[in-house]
Design a protein around this ligand. Structure first.
Ligand SMILES: [Fe+2]
Length: 479
């Protein structure tokens, strides 16, 4: 386990550019495109260490597939956080759970100044016509998907005072517009929903006022509604303004509030309904759709927000620690409940399998009631200690699960890529970057998405730190 920790949460040995990785098995000939991944590139700056899995400096990874060949490159995002870390040899910007040592005055100003990190390391999406590295902080960073060179920055609002955003924008059916929720912290705070066109034009669609805003990592969308799940992990905005603690440590778990779910109409921007349910927490909405008189919401849910504590590096380092399990839950939200506020709802657990970084075929099955498969990283019930040690596929229809696991291996987010002319939803492959603690290196795993059996793996000559999210761009979109 200690090997795993130093390999997965240390620092990246080198920036590489390898035209052809050695492959065990055969890469599918039809796989033609680029997998881009984002995550931390180092947890050490000078002699200083970051404290949490969500800290660290952003590093991009690129795997390009063509005619059975796979190339690999990795590069730090060249932003101010990186430049300052290099120049000063110390952590210079506030991260999720890290704050540079500064006096009270400096801290008090942090949320209002750009010293909050611009290290956009959490996710990747096509936004405003560009490929962007996404952060929960106000600054999103555009980069060239061919060279991984940093190309510019993007902000949801010109005045970036006190805003935080989700790293999981939704795309409209035409793929011409993206939507995201941006939280503005103030005496009265707001969850603002924005649209961003592929030419970069922004519009505010709707706003939900809130006294104590919740930490919100993603949101849901159906044909007619946005779904905001407001977990009771909330902050008094004054605490963020004072910034006496790192960002996330200002939030408090207040389970007596329960979890509130807001439906905001996509057309009018008005709140259509608000639901109450018992307290739970989630990072990731999975899918949502409308069915009859209901909105159905699938989400990777936890009993509480202790998962955030479990991702502190000292906890991960402890080989005996066990991560709380998130499970795939389904909430049904009635659209004709007779009232529009305080509607009580409950849930059904779709699978007991531990689920985090859930993924499904978003491009083709988002909003669809007939979607069937969810893929995620997971923990083997029989080996609960340590970190995510398996991949899982959940069949929502049959409730069956399939798993992939290998001794001392730690897989990252699984990305589904459909086969051209596929016949079924799961006809394709799963791509996942796996840290192999036995060998001290990582590999790109290719699974048959139907059987969940290995097709091939491409070996990277160094370990890849445990990352978060990525995107697959088929060849035609990446040309
Ligand atoms: Fe995420």
């Amino acid at each position: 386990m200690s090997d795993f920790f130093s390999l997965g949460f240390g620092k990246t040995e080198a920036e590489l550019d390898i035209p052809s990785l050695p492959v065990r098995g055969r890469m599918p000939e039809w796989l033609s495109g680029t997998l881009l991944r984002n995550g931390p590139g180092t947890f050490e700056v000078g002699g200083q260490h970051y404290r949490h899995w969500f800290d660290g400096l952003a590093m991009l990874h690129k795997f390009s597939f063509q005619n059975g060949n796979v190339s690999y490159a990795n590069k730090f995002l060249r932003n101010r956080s990186y430049a300052e870390a290099k120049a000063q040899g110390r952590i210079a910007f506030s991260e999720f759970a890290a704050d540079p040592c500064r006096g009270l005055f400096g801290r008090a100003m942090a949320v209002f100044r750009p010293d909050i990190t611009d290290s956009a390391k959490v996710s990747i999406a096509q936004l405003a016509g560009q490929v962007m590295a996404l952060a929960e902080t106000p600054i999103q960073v555009a980069f060239d998907p061919q060279t991984l060179e940093t190309a510019g920055v993007f902000q949801y609002e010109k005045n970036r005072v006190g805003q935080m955003t989700t790293v999981h924008p939704h795309l409209d059916e035409s793929r011409r517009e993206a939507y995201n929720v941006v939280t503005r912290y103030n005496a009265v705070s707001f969850y603002n929903i924005h649209s961003v066109s592929n030419t970069g034009k922004m519009q505010r669609i709707g706003s939900v006022p809130v006294t104590k805003p919740a930490y919100m990592h993603s949101f849901g969308m159906t044909q007619n509604y946005f779904i905001l799940a407001e977990f009771p992990l909330v902050v008094n905005p004054i605490d963020l303004l004072l910034w006496l603690k790192p960002y996330i440590e200002n939030f408090r778990w207040e389970p007596q509030r329960g979890t509130r779910i807001w439906l905001v109409h996509r057309g009018t921007g008005e709140v259509a309904a608000q639901y109450d349910t018992e307290a739970f927490f989630a990072f990731h909405h999975v899918n949502a759709f409308e069915q009859g008189d209901e909105v159905v919401l699938d989400i990777a849910a936890y009993e509480d927000a202790s998962i955030i504590q479990s991702y502190y590096l000292d906890k991960i380092k402890d080989a005996k620690s066990e991560l709380p399990f998130g499970n795939l839950r389904r909430y049904r939200l009635p659209l004709k409940a007779g009232k529009t506020r305080g509607i009580k709802v409950t849930y059904e657990t779709i699978s007991d399998a531990c689920m985090e970084l859930p993924h499904f075929d978003y491009a083709n099955y988002n909003l669809r009631a007939d979607y069937r498969y969810v893929y995620s990283i997971s923990i083997d019930e029989k080996r609960r200690q340590g970190f995510y040690n398996q991949l899982v596929k959940v069949d929502i229809q049959t409730r069956e699960t399939k798993t992939w696991t290998e001794e001392n291996c730690y897989p990252g987010e699984p990305i589904f890529v459909p086969k051209p002319d596929r016949m079924t939803e799961d006809d394709g492959v799963i791509l996942s970057v796996v840290l192999d603690a036995k060998r001290g290196t990582s590999f790109l795993l290719v699974l048959n998405a139907t059987t969940f059996e290995e097709i091939s793996r491409a070996e990277i000559p160094q370990p890849v730190l445990i990352g978060y999210h990525g995107i697959y761009l088929p060849e035609k979109e990446n040309a």
